[in-house]
Each structure stands twice: as C-alpha cells, then as structure tokens.
Design a protein around this ligand. Structure first.
Ligand SMILES: [Zn+2]
Length: 209
C-alpha cells in the first residue's frame, strides 16, 4: 500500500504490487547477468538496468499523480485540510520481494515525490495542507490513545480492544493531530501525539471519532 487515508481509502493495490514485483524480478535477473559474461554483455546489462529504472520511475510518477489528485479532490469535496506526517509523508509497504536497499531507495523518493505532488496540487486547489510529527502515530491507538501493538499490517489495542489495519490507525492519528495545527494556543512546532497526551496542546480528551 502506498497511501492510506483517515477515511480508510487505500491507494496502491494489487496491480501496482504486481508491476513492482515484475520490475524487481527483471532487476534481479539483470543483476546476476551483469556480473557474469563478456565485457560487452555486461555493458548491455547495465544499459538495460538503466532503462528499466527509468521506466519504473515514470510508472511511479504516474501513480503518484493519480493518488495525489484523488486525495486533493476528496479533500475539496468534504471540504477538509490534508494532514501529512513530516519526513516520509505517507506510510509505506512497497514491494517485499525487492532487496532491502533498493526498497528503501525506491520508497524514499517515491514517498517524497508523492508528498511534493500533494503539496502543489493542494496549493493549486486551495486545500490547506499541514504537517504533523509522525512519532508514536503508528504505536498509539486512535480510539483510546493508549499504546498498542503493531504487528506487520495489523494493529491491536489491549486497552480498548480495537484492532484493525495498522496504516489506517496511523492515518487516523495523523488526521487527529492535523486538527491541532493553526489552533490558537497550540504548542510550537509540529503537533505530536506526546504533546497531546501530556496536555501540552490543551486537548480536553483524546477523543475517538
Ligand atoms: Zn485503544
């Protein structure tokens, strides 16, 4: 999953995963060939690798345009502002089969790009966009504010019993924090779960929606 909204809308389903896996396996084959064979065949492999990464980048770019457009359009409809976690932007979960390093590299720029697209599309559409501190947003239960357990894609709270999609839970927390931005009397810097829970942001209660 590339992005999950606090409304439970998910972007980046099976098709993207299949295509990304396809690129990953082609990359793996080329990588093997690139270290063997003659000098010219190694060069040919490197050229193919470059062309492949260009293709993959263009594909990701198109996906990011579609996702950001859908999110901004939805925010205009509600109307709502968009809250994003600072740094990485959106939660990840890219291709598990790709090598760890490659995955990190791809998710890094892909999420950065998605955030950029969201920012300028939101600005153009007049939708406010705010950044929040992502710390603890994946470990805190959005229903009761207690510490919960994240296990891969799922989240479970042992205090109130809520369990469900971990990315959805995180998105809810980010949306919650987003409401504190631009509030009179809010703390300086980015709003964080910790600040809300410790009363720094003068939240009456960590209120479930
Ligand atoms: Zn809970």
């Amino acid at each position: 999953m590339i992005a999950v909204t606090s409304e439970g809308q998910k972007f980046g389903g099976k098709t993207i995963k299949l295509i990304k896996n396809h690129y990953a396996s082609m990359r793996a084959v080329l990588q093997q060939k690139a270290v063997k064979g003659t000098r010219s065949s190694r060069r040919r492999c490197r050229e193919l690798q470059q062309r492949l990464s260009g293709k993959e980048a263009r594909y990701q770019r198109q996906i990011n345009h579609e996702i950001s457009k859908a999110i901004v359009t939805r925010a205009q409809e509600i109307p709502a502002k968009i809250a994003l976690e600072d740094l990485t932007g959106i939660r990840e979960g890219v291709n598990q089969k790709a090598g760890k390093n490659h995955r990190r590299k791809v998710s890094g720029w892909a999420f950065y790009q998605l955030k950029e697209f969201l920012s300028y599309k939101a600005l153009a559409a007049g939708v406010p966009l705010v950044l929040v501190d992502p710390a603890y947003t994946s470990q805190t239960c959005h229903q009761c504010g207690e510490h919960g357990i994240r296990n891969g894609k799922s989240f479970k709270c042992h205090v109130c019993g809520w369990s469900g999609d971990a990315d959805f839970n995180g998105a809810k927390n980010i949306a919650f924090l987003g409401r504190y931005v631009d509030r009179p009397g809010g703390s300086e810097g980015l709003p964080s779960i910790k600040a809300v829970l410790s009363g720094l942001l003068k939240a009456p209660v960590f209120r479930p929606e």
